[in-house]
Design a protein around this ligand. Structure first.
Ligand SMILES: [Cu+2]
Length: 356
């Protein structure tokens, strides 16, 4: 009710101001037609054009200075650098064109402002001009698209060369589960209809498939640095999207089919924590968290950087919180971690004994 009253009062005040301006305008009417813009009005608008141009430039620079700290740090995968470079060049071209065209647009608006006695020139068309402004974008865009397609094909060339590690990412509302192929690096068959929570078969592995027995199901992904990883994505319910921003990787997870993405991690978690951009981000975040802790608010524990797998497709109410930690480590550390994990057959037999 209070909100309604406030809105009503604001509306009435707005109407009153509008009416008062109208009265003021009417009282200013002189003998000559006040509706026709005078030289003074045109000059004023011309200056406003130039002021707006300045505003665009200052605002752009301000935003870059203030918000570029939110950019992702250096890419942590082999293809990531190429991807970032393509993005940087695309943005460079867009910025260059934007700066030039805005300057021309506003400057000509100012230069050719209306003046008493000045008549606009009628100009039907100009073949040379049309040719220039068609051919330049055609060449630039064709170059960008070809380069983009080349990069895309390179990134999406998923093959079994160089002995890749096979990792399954399983999406469901609202969490991720990962599965490794075990000693044979081959994932056992799985089907959503075989899911049996009571027997810890959370991913629906086919127990009759010998490849499934040594599979390892985990809630934290460990990746050996420098080894090619082939991810195979599945979804249990709706569309999800496996997004690993630090590795510049994203692929939709579609119910009923297996999608793939492949990359080679190049920077370990420990090394990434020393990256100046990451150090800076951790410092800023922990300053905010310390403030929260002082006020006794939640989410105030000190934060440490980790790679993450996120969901980048709005899949329901807890979509925002669908994430899994990724740890990139040396081959030895990875092997040691893998040794400490239980295989699918071990967890299933344990559950069966517990139930009995
Ligand atoms: Cu999701």
């Amino acid at each position: 009710m209070t909100t309604f009253l406030i809105i009503a009062i604001l509306l009435l005040v707005a109407v009153a101001i509008w009416q008062m301006t109208k009265i003021f305008e009417l009282s200013q009417v002189k003998a000559e037609a006040a509706q026709v813009a005078s030289d003074k009005d045109n000059k004023y608008n011309g200056y406003l054009m130039m002021a707006f141009l300045l505003f665009i430039y200052v605002f752009t620079i301000f935003n870059f200075v203030k918000y570029s700290k939110f950019f992702l740090p250096e890419a942590a995968s082999e293809h990531g650098g190429e991807y970032d470079y393509l993005m940087l060049v695309s943005f460079g071209i867009i910025m260059f064109v934007q700066i030039i065209t805005q300057a021309l647009l506003h400057y000509y608006g100012y230069k050719y402002k209306g003046e008493e006695g000045k008549k606009a020139l009628f100009f039907a068309d100009n073949d040379r001009l049309e040719f220039i402004w068609t051919i330049i974008p055609v060449i630039v865009l064709a170059g960008l698209i070809l380069w983009g397609l080349y990069t895309w094909t390179n990134i999406m060339d998923i093959n079994d060369e160089d002995d890749p590690l096979i990792v399954e990412l399983y999406a469901q509302q609202f969490n991720w589960t990962a599965r490794y192929g075990g000693a044979d690096n081959v994932l056992g068959d799985a089907n959503v209809r075989l899911i049996d929570i009571d027997r810890a078969n959370v991913l629906g592995l086919d127990e009759s498939d010998p490849n499934a027995a040594d599979d390892i199901i985990v809630k934290e992904i460990h990746l050996p640095v420098g080894r090619k990883i082939n991810f195979k994505m599945r979804s249990q319910d709706v569309l999800h999207s496996a997004y690993m921003p630090h590795f510049r990787a994203q692929m939709n997870c579609v119910p009923g089919m297996i999608t793939e993405f492949s990359f080679t991690p190049t920077i370990t978690t420990a090394d990434m924590r020393l990256n100046p951009d990451v150090v800076d981000k951790v410092k800023r975040t922990n300053a905010i968290r310390a403030e929260r802790a002082a006020k006794g608010e939640p989410n105030s524990d000190p934060w440490e950087f980790d790679y993450v797998l996120l969901c980048n497709k709005i899949c329901g109410k807890s979509h925002y919180n669908m994430q899994l930690k990724i740890i990139v480590e040396t081959e030895e550390e990875y092997n040691a971690w893998m040794e400490s994990q239980q295989t699918f057959s071990q967890t299933v037999s344990q559950t069966v004994t517990a139930v009995q």
